[in-house]
Ligand binder design. Structure first.
Ligand code: FES
Ligand code: FES
Length: 174
């Protein structure tokens, strides 16, 4: 049935204030907009990858007030007045890599790299809370992140290497 222009209902927009990677943002978004889509399409932070969109693969993991969450399972409006960190917020660039990023690089813990941002955002807070994990503990920690390329062994090696490196840089943590 034809709807005149005045009858067409525009989606109601909600105001959104949040901090992403230390920078404040103010937006007007549809209530149904996913946080992953907001980060990628509204802010251009395409380091947050979207694989399954069902909370299964972990590729879209970001930190929400310091805790890892699946941004494909949240609406952007749920982040109102909260802080989000994406993979872009870990370091300034290749010359300033976090020990975890450096360890992924050194141990060849990525191939296509699609899963890598999700692993990094899962593991950063994990290493803060578990400075000296065993290989089995690391396997458990990454059990919610899927990688179709590496077979996981090099990722485990990377995490153990990063833990060691972080311990050397800050011995009081262990
Ligand atoms: S895209 Fe979010 S968990 Fe797979
Ligand atoms: S490196 Fe390709 S999916 Fe993990």
């Amino acid at each position: 049935m034809y709807q005149s222009r005045s009858e067409v209902r525009l989606p109601m927009l909600r105001e959104l204030h949040l901090v992403v990677n230390g920078k404040a943002h103010e937006s007007h978004v549809e209530p149904r907009l996913l946080l992953s889509d907001y980060l990628r399409h509204e802010l251009g932070l395409t380091g947050t990858h979207v694989g399954c969109e069902h909370g299964v693969c972990g590729a879209c993991t970001v930190l929400f007030d310091g805790q890892p969450v699946r941004s494909c399972l949240m609406f952007a409006v749920q982040a109102d007045e909260h802080e989000v960190q994406t993979v872009e917020g870990i370091s300034a660039g290749p010359e300033d890599m976090h020990p975890l990023q450096q360890a992924f690089w050194t141990t060849h813990a990525l191939q296509c790299g699609f899963c890598t941002p999700g692993f990094l955002m899962t593991l950063l807070p994990y290493l803060e809370e578990h400075p000296s994990p065993s290989a089995d503990e690391v396997r458990h920690a990454i059990s919610g992140n899927l990688c179709r390329c590496t077979g996981y062994q090099h990722i485990v090696e990377a995490v153990l290497m990063a833990a060691e490196q972080m311990h050397q840089e800050s011995p009081a943590r262990a």
